[in-house]
Ligand binder design. Structure first.
Ligand code: T4K
Length: 417
């Protein structure tokens, strides 16, 4: 059982704008509150597993904990095969190569850079499609408009753990004979249409990085119902070894270690608790920010047959309504010790090498551009509780009440640093 104790720092209540740190007051949080503070499961179970693996003296290379983790993940996800990897980026690279992708692959630009890098690393061109401004997921019409005779696949993302439009994307992939791969880095524990994410498309790739809802320190996994694909990925994950001294395929080193599997198994046992805490926090954020005009928390409430993991609390700042930009609000929070993150700013299409590659940018991306100016991700997870959330909303509310003073103070501190 995971600890139910909230481990985050205590917060100081603020009632007047003068008390804002950016205006000279003391920071609300003496110890910073992070986005992505790792959730930890039962430490006794973790340490017992670590002792066992050390006693066995089998530390990596398809050890028993990795095998158990893969089997338990496959059962949990309801898929035929799970191939655990050292992280999701290498998981994506292996899946892309094992699926034989070439030429161009259509991806959203509003994502973490690893989604595009996993393609570009293999000299496949990521072609950026715009997203739906309501869901932040890739817009299927934008995807379809970008298909050419060089397109080999769609690589969609279940951003913030909100399922991508899986039915429409499957139709487009079928209609144009494309492969369909999902970056499910954010989406462990998520369902749509009564089916768990993990079983859609040709394969789906999860991240178990320390900052994710389920973590294995570093780690990832590719889930698929295609047995041949899984077998190929297993070979590729281990240098292409088909047996001792017998290399039968090109490969890399994408193996998960036993210590990571120990953490992954321990997290898996606690993941329902993590999701429940996230959901409560999400509701508390929505309530607390209900009173702050112009700062909206992205709705993650799920309909019938849907499940969310509520891991990312995503606020959108309407600067015209608020009188402050997202970056100014981020600076106000940072001064208070609330290390909110501007995911994903800038959009991947504005990062190198993509911004210098005309082939990646075939169409304008107005929604991606707008979102990358508006979005602010707020701390969540077991380190965060109601009092933190109310303090965060109060800080933003106080700042929004004095936009001119706050803007000047932020500009002054930016100039000074
Ligand atoms: N696709 C998508 C859509 C992704 O979002 C990601 C990763 C990937 C693919 C690739 O997955 P992996 O190959 O990583 O498995 C973080 C994570 O490093 C990255 O995994 C994640 N997405 C991305 C959204 O966020 P940064 O550079 O923002 O991480 P960092 O180190 O600043 O950590 C965030 C905060 O978490 C820090 O303020 C401190 C806190 N933290 C972090 C770590 C590692 C802790 O308190 N303890 C820790 O151990 O990228």
């Amino acid at each position: 059982m995971a600890s139910r104790v909230r481990t985050g720092p205590a917060a100081a209540a603020k009632t007047r704008a003068d008390e804002l740190a950016v205006l000279g007051g003391r920071p609300a949080f003496a110890e910073p509150l992070h986005v992505g503070r790792p959730n930890q499961g039962d430490r006794t179970r973790l340490l017992a597993r670590m002792n066992e693996l050390l006693d066995r003296n089998w530390l990596t290379n398809d050890g028993p904990l990795v095998v158990e983790f893969e089997q338990r993940l496959a059962r949990h996800l309801g898929v035929g095969h799970v191939v655990a990897t050292c992280n999701a980026t290498v998981g994506l690279e292996i899946a892309i190569r094992a699926l034989g992708l070439t030429g161009e692959v259509i991806v959203p630009a509003f994502t973490f850079v690893a989604t595009a890098h996993a393609l570009q690393w293999q000299e496949i061109t990521p072609v950026f499609a715009d997203v739906d401004p309501g869901t932040h997921n890739v817009d299927p019409d934008a995807v379809e408009a970008l298909v050419t005779d060089r397109t080999s696949a769609i690589l969609a993302v279940h951003l913030w753990g909100r399922p991508a439009p899986v039915e429409r994307l499957a139709e487009i992939a079928r209609g144009h004979d494309l492969r369909l791969l999902y970056d499910a880095a954010h989406a462990f524990g998520v369902s749509t249409g009564g089916r768990r994410v993990g079983g859609f498309g040709d394969a789906e790739v999860f991240s178990f990085h320390a900052t994710k809802v389920l973590n294995s320190f570093e780690g990832g996994a590719v889930a698929t119902n295609d047995g041949e694909l899984a077998a190929r990925m297993r070979l590729m994950r281990n240098f292409g070894f088909g047996g001792v001294d017998n290399v039968i395929h090109v490969g890399t080193n994408g193996k998960m270690t036993e210590v990571c599997a120990a953490m992954g198994l321990t997290s898996l046992e606690a993941v329902e608790h993590f999701v429940a805490v996230n959901e409560t926090n999400h509701r508390d954020y929505a309530d607390a920010f209900g009173a702050v005009t112009g700062v909206d928390v992205l709705d993650q409430q799920a309909g019938p047959g849907e499940r969310r993991n509520f891991h990312y609390v995503v606020a959108e700042v309407d600067d015209a309504a608020v009188g402050l930009t997202r970056d100014e609000i981020c600076a106000v929070l940072t001064a208070e010790g609330v290390l909110a993150r501007r995911y994903f700013t800038p959009g991947v299409h504005r990062m190198e090498p993509y911004r210098s590659l005309a082939d990646c940018q075939r169409s304008p991306l107005p929604h991606t551009e707008a979102l990358s100016e508006r979005v602010l991700v707020l701390p969540n997870g077991v380190a965060v509780g109601r009092q933190h959330i109310e303090t965060i909303a109060r800080i933003v509310g106080l700042a929004v009440g004095e936009p001119e003073r706050v803007r000047d103070a932020v500009a002054l501190s930016a100039g000074a640093s």
